[in-house]
Design a protein around this ligand. Structure first.
Ligand code: RP5
Length: 178
């Protein structure tokens, strides 16, 4: 039996999928069921509004919205639901995402969008933040998040050991003295 999605990942275009896949990968790592949809605040505004309005009744708990250019998708979803909305600005325009970052982050008072950083890291963080929101009511998920943080710290410690041993990550063992 497939479990009902708890997180909705929405993006303005299928051209955003390569970046937004990182959010899905993060959620899969925590075992969180999710769905992935394309709907655009500008090109299909009725679909975007309907998705946001129906989300809670469908059992979704958090929405993640990724969009580029004048990125209004996260804001439009946030306007039509009380679910938390996480925005991921995508670097798809000639302004390299600065437009999307400002459009996603600069919401007027009363309609929050939790805006992530640009690009893959932002999409990954959106998945992790959605997990952290869900974990406030789920002890097992909290334990998985603690294990995730411990793995992050262990990776840094391993990098520290490699750097102190004089091994560069890209070029193998560095010369003993520069
Ligand atoms: C935005 O326009 C989408 O989120 C995408 O980042 C950008 C370009 O979309 P396509 O022209 O590739 O469909 O709405």
């Amino acid at each position: 039996m497939t479990r009902k999605p708890q997180v909705g990942i929405v993006m303005g275009s299928d051209s955003d999928l390569e970046v937004m896949r990182e959010a899905a990968v993060a959620l899969e790592g925590f075992g969180i069921p999710h769905e992935v949809r394309v709907c655009s605040a500008h090109r299909s505004p009725r679909l975007a509004l309907r998705y946001a309005r129906d989300a809670e009744a469908r059992g979704l708990k958090v929405l993640i919205a990724g969009a580029g250019w004048a990125a209004h998708l996260a804001g439009v979803l946030a306007a039509a639901t009380t679910l938390p909305v996480i925005g991921v600005p995508i670097e798809s325009s000639p302004l390299r995402g600065l437009d999307a970052l400002l459009s996603t982050a600069q919401m007027p008072g009363g309609v929050p969008v939790a805006t992530m950083s640009l690009g893959r890291a932002g999409a990954r963080n959106a998945g992790v933040l959605a997990a952290q929101i869900l974990a406030t009511a789920d002890g097992d998920l909290r334990a998985r998040l603690r294990a995730y943080k411990a793995r992050l710290a262990a990776e840094v410690a391993a990098r520290d050991r490699r750097v102190r041993a004089g091994v560069s990550p890209r070029r193998g063992r560095a010369r003993a003295k520069a």
